[in-house]
Ligand binder design. Structure first.
Ligand SMILES: Cc1cc2nc3c(=O)[nH]c(=O)nc-3n(C[C@H](O)[C@H](O)[C@H](O)COP(=O)(O)OP(=O)(O)OC[C@H]3O[C@@H](n4cnc5c(N)ncnc54)[C@H](O)[C@@H]3O)c2cc1C
Length: 287
């Protein structure tokens, strides 16, 4: 199928993008890497009057350490999560997750801002943003505001962004000395969307879990912080008993639905298996 007829506008500034959106009475959409927008247009899942290309806006680019945070511009491509040394050093969970996102051709175009804005519950980066305790900066007509990743993902393809707001940056607290990370997912084939996945960032003191931050994806309608699992692990030696307790606690955090291709019980089982693997492999310090 072909896309419905629409107008295209490439803008160079945030204010031009916001103005263009405001002039369309809610009938415009932003275009970043296009790897979700373009398929949705050609499948006629949406029919905006105007496509506003934000990919050349300088303010949406850049990766830098600033005021104690790692700022990652919205237009940063998935591939840069793997290749950029600042991200590898300060946000290693992103680097660990990125190779699981689709295939190289998609990672070369898809952007972190597009992935977080889309809020597909099966996507890797929204869960990772939660596990890293990052903050998401959005800009609207009233100026910029920051929302914790925990509060950003509201439901299926639904975020805390108001219509027309633009995601400008992700602010990540750099990993501290002694923090370790682990990421994995279960997919039918490498590159497919996951059946279940999770990212963990934790501080280990002599094998004891001092602080763990764990988020799952592809289980339920949005990425989910595993708060009960975190509580079950807190202050405990990371041994087989603790891992079993964490796996038991997972039922309090996740609410999978019965799907035609998989029952809720099977998805919860897979999530427990994945959690056991991740905790069992929580390796050496990254910083
Ligand atoms: C075959 C295939 C396989 C894929 N597999 C995976 C996978 O395994 N895991 C995964 O996570 N993703 C996967 N994707 C999705 C891919 O990663 C997308 O590119 C990505 O999720 C969206 O990023 P984008 O830059 O392409 O955004 P676009 O497609 O340009 O935009 C996506 C949405 O976000 C909005 N938007 C984009 N940027 C901003 C911004 N800065 N501010 C406000 N709104 C914005 C757009 O208006 C649109 O609604 C796959 C895609 C394809 C085609």
């Amino acid at each position: 199928m072909k896309s419905p007829a629409l107008d295209y506008l490439r803008v160079e500034t945030l204010s031009a993008a916001l103005d263009a959106f405001a002039g369309q009475g809610g009938e415009a959409i932003y275009l970043a890497g296009g790897h979700s927008v373009v398929p949705s247009l050609t499948l006629r899942l949406q029919a905006p009057s105007l496509l506003i290309d934000i990919s050349r806006i300088a303010e949406l680019s850049g990766i830098e350490l600033i005021d104690g945070w790692l700022r990652i511009g919205a237009m940063t491509r998935h591939a840069e999560m793997i290749s950029n040394p600042l991200i590898a050093a300060h946000a290693p969970l992103l680097s660990a997750a990125a190779p699981h996102v689709a295939h190289p051709a998609i990672r070369n175009r898809g952007t972190i801002g597009g992935s977080l804005s889309l809020a597909d519950p099966a996507s890797e980066f929204p869960a990772v943003a939660i596990a890293m305790r990052s903050e998401i900066e959005v800009v609207g007509p009233q100026g910029p505001r920051r929302v914790s990743a925990d509060d950003f993902f509201l439901g299926l393809y639904e975020t805390a962004m108001a219509p027309g707001e633009i995601l400008r940056s992700v602010f990540v607290p750099p990993v501290a000395a002694g923090q370790v990370v682990a990421f994995d997912e279960l997919a039918r084939r490498r590159g497919d969307y996951a059946m279940v996945g999770a990212g963990i960032q934790a501080s280990l003191e002599g094998g004891r879990v001092e602080d763990a931050s764990i988020a799952f994806f592809a289980v339920g309608s949005r990425p989910t912080r595993a708060a009960s699992v975190e509580a079950a692990l807190s202050g405990r030696m990371l041994d087989a008993v603790a891992i079993k307790a964490a796996q038991a606690a997972l039922a309090d955090d996740l609410e999978p639905d019965d799907q035609p291709n998989m029952s809720a019980a099977m998805r919860l089982h897979l999530a427990r298996v994945l959690l056991g693997r991740l905790l069992g492999n929580l390796g050496g310090p990254t910083a």
